[in-house]
Design a protein around this ligand. Structure first.
Ligand code: FES
Length: 110
């Protein structure tokens, strides 16, 4: 099974199993990570925002326009931001690393 890493808002890495066909939002929930996902994957919020490691960003399928529109509303938006509920694990994602955006906000607040 692929494995992936979430870096939480405190900067702590969590290496977790990433079952094929699961979204990053589901995986975060399954591992007790602090990702809200208010609309449960319906692309009607931006609370599942994750920041993809730049090395990985280009290897993922490009976001749809709807996803881009929703991301525009996300606090702490970065060039490699994505909605966690829209990234679905496949075999090629073994080793994927994403950050949870809380850390970005903290940095911006100094
Ligand atoms: Fe709402 Fe992903 S959970 S857009």
């Amino acid at each position: 099974m692929p494995r992936m890493t979430f870096i939480d808002s405190a900067g702590t890495s969590h290496e977790v199993e990433a079952p094929l066909g699961h979204s990053l939002l589901q995986i975060a929930w399954d591992n007790g990570l602090d990702v809200e996902g208010a609309c449960e994957g319906a692309m009607a919020c931006s609370t599942c925002h994750v920041i993809v490691d730049p090395e990985w960003y280009a290897r993922l399928d490009a976001p749809t326009e709807d996803e881009e529109d929703m991301l525009d509303l996300a606090p702490g938006l970065k060039p490699t931001s994505r909605l966690g509920c829209q990234i679905i694990v496949n075999e090629a994602m073994d080793g994927l690393t994403v950050r949870l955006p809380g850390s970005t906000r903290n940095l911006m607040l100094g």
